[in-house]
Write a new protein. Sequence first.
Length: 184
Amino acid sequence: MTDAVARRYSKGAMLFHWIIAIAVIVNWRIAEAAEHAEMPDKAEIFADHKALGIAILLLTLARLAWRWTHPVPPLPSGLAKWEATLARAVHILFYVLLIGLPLGGWLANSLTGRDIDFFGLFTIPPLPLGENDDLGGSIFDMHALGGNIFIYLIGLHILGALKHTFVDKNGGIFRMLPFGKVPG
C-alpha cells in the first residue's frame, strides 16, 4: 500500500459514503415534496421517504461495521486544532443523525399507529408501544428539526471539503474519491 493510498478511505468506505450521501439528499427532497403535496399523494410520497429512511439506517449500520473493521486514514496534517475538532464532531453528529432520524421516524410512526411499507417488498410493523398521537407528533417535529440540522451540517461538510481541496490543497475531497491527488 503506497503512502498516497493510505491517506484515502477504502473503496468500501467510499462506496458507503457516496451511496448514503445521495440517499440522504434524495430523502430530504422527497420529504420536501411531501410537505407541499395534498392527500393522498402526500401519504404516498411520505411512504417513499420512510422506506428510504430505513434503507439509510441499514446502510449506516453496515458502514459502521465496515469502519470498525477497516482502518480510517488520519486527518490531513496541518489542520488547525479547531478544524480537527470540528471535523470529528460533524462526523459523530452525522452518525447520530443517520441512526437517530430513521429510528425517530419509526418511533413516531409507531406511536401514531402506522407501519412502514418498505418499497412494497415487506411491511415493518409499528414498535409495540401503544398509540400516543401527541407524543408521536412531537417526535415528528423533532425528526423534521433534526433533518434540517442535518442539511446544514452537510453544507458545512461540503464547504470544508472544498476548502481543504482548493485552498489548503491537502487532498480534501480526494480522500473520499478513487481519483485525484492526495498530497503527502
